[in-house]
Design a protein around this ligand. Structure first.
Ligand code: FMN
Length: 273
């Protein structure tokens, strides 16, 4: 039996995120065991930017490792987060902020199937939340098998709406499907993302992977052409290379520490509240 982990980014017990995770798990084509983690209840402290985890162990003793282990041990992951002020709940990013430690688990995480859902209380209120949920999955090197926004405000509303039920069924079908997720049109050819910033003229920038590109008219639609970002995160090899680059930067820092301190010294102090 497959083991599924539900990652819940909401503080609300039996809220729409928790119900969505349970509904998706219940609708999986094959029965699976479901365990869940409510991220806000875990002691996950901010990264101190010491970079010690690159060479040794993270000095922070909290629940991060336990949650990462649970993700690693799962066969598939369902992520559900509420929209707060047009973004995904901060508990997702709080976990990701410790993500230099993913580097040592790349092979365990690579390609692990995951689906991500953002729960928005109002129509058109989702803002950049799905980008946050998708980034949570991709930053660990897992594969986004499905993603969706569901609109539901009051706790439980997600199960009353057709949109909630249909989307849960779609995510359940997608999670362990052997088929690759269908590319949306237009979407980034590098990462499959659909989140772009316009950067003047016809130039666009993929907010998920950093690919640059351009758009041009294609009848009623638009044609999107993207090229790889300067710095790719795609696949375990690129991620490993990034980890090695970070180790090199740490060594560079140790070599140049005194010079860097010297330029910063005149800016020491200041009033902090
Ligand atoms: C602090 C706060 C901010 C919110 N901001 C938004 C928002 O920007 N857009 C939106 O559509 N819904 C917003 N909502 C509504 C929730 O996203 C919505 O109720 C969701 O279903 C909650 O999921 P949960 O029941 O799992 O907590 C907000 C809710 C809270 C508590």
């Amino acid at each position: 039996m497959k083991r599924v982990l539900g990652v819940i980014g909401s503080p609300r017990k039996l809220g729409n995120c928790e119900l969505t995770v349970k509904e998706i798990a219940a609708r999986l084509p094959e029965p699976a065991s479901l365990s869940m983690v409510r991220l806000v209840e875990k002691d996950i402290r901010p990264c101190k930017a010491c970079y010690r985890c690159l060479m040794g162990e993270c000095p922070i003793q909290d629940d991060f490792r336990m949650v990462l282990d649970a993700i690693v041990s799962a066969d598939g992951v369902i992520v559900a987060a509420p929209v707060y002020l047009h973004g995904a709940h901060s508990s997702l990013q709080r976990f990701l902020d410790r993500g230099l430690q993913f580097w040592k688990r790349l092979d365990d995480l690579a390609g692990k199937p995951a689906v991500g859902v953002a729960l928005a209380g109002i129509r058109d209120g989702e803002g950049a939340s799905l980008l946050g949920v998708e980034n949570f999955i991709r930053a660990m090197g897992m594969e986004v098998k499905g993603r969706a926004v569901i609109h539901a405000a009051l706790p439980g509303e997600v199960l009353l709406s057709e949109e909630g039920k249909v989307t849960a069924a779609r995510m359940a079908d997608a999670l362990f499907s052997p088929e690759a997720p269908q590319a949306e049109n237009p979407s980034c050819t590098e990462c499959g993302g659909t989140y772009f910033e316009f950067r003047g003229g016809n130039r666009v920038f993929c907010l998920l992977c950093g690919a640059g590109g351009s758009v041009s008219p294609d009848g009623e639609a638009i044609r999107l052409a993207t090229r790889p970002p300067a710095y790719s995160w795609r696949g375990p090899a690129a991620r490993k290379a990034h980890g090695e680059w970070l180790v090199g930067m740490k060594e560079k820092f140790l070599r140049e520490k005194e010079r860097l301190k010297e330029v910063a010294r005149v800016y020491a102090g200041g009033d902090f509240i």
